[in-house]
Design a protein around this ligand. Structure first.
Ligand SMILES: [Zn+2]
Length: 82
């Protein structure tokens, strides 16, 4: 059985590795409940999320997603290519 995993971002990796420029660029495409971020405010928000136990940010929709360990995968029909 093939499986699809939804893309997600590790908050820890982002905090550890993203440059100031990368935070700024990514902040432009991220809103939460209509709220926009600067690079700095996005980083601060993710630090708060990490502190509260959220370790991954989901990209897109997933009905099998857990905030501590991300997408748990989805079975695909055998004829569907990933
Ligand atoms: Zn998923």
């Amino acid at each position: 059985m093939k499986e699809q995993i939804y893309f997600n971002i590790s908050i820890e990796d982002a905090i550890r590795n993203w440059s100031k420029a990368k935070w700024k660029i990514n902040a432009k495409s991220i809103t939460v409940e209509g709220k926009h971020f600067t690079g700095e405010s996005l980083r601060d928000a993710w630090i708060d999320l990490l502190a509260s136990g959220t370790r991954h940010i989901l990209i897109g929709y997933c009905d099998n997603y857990y905030q501590h360990n991300g997408c748990q995968g989805h079975d695909l029909p055998d004829d569907e290519q990933v």
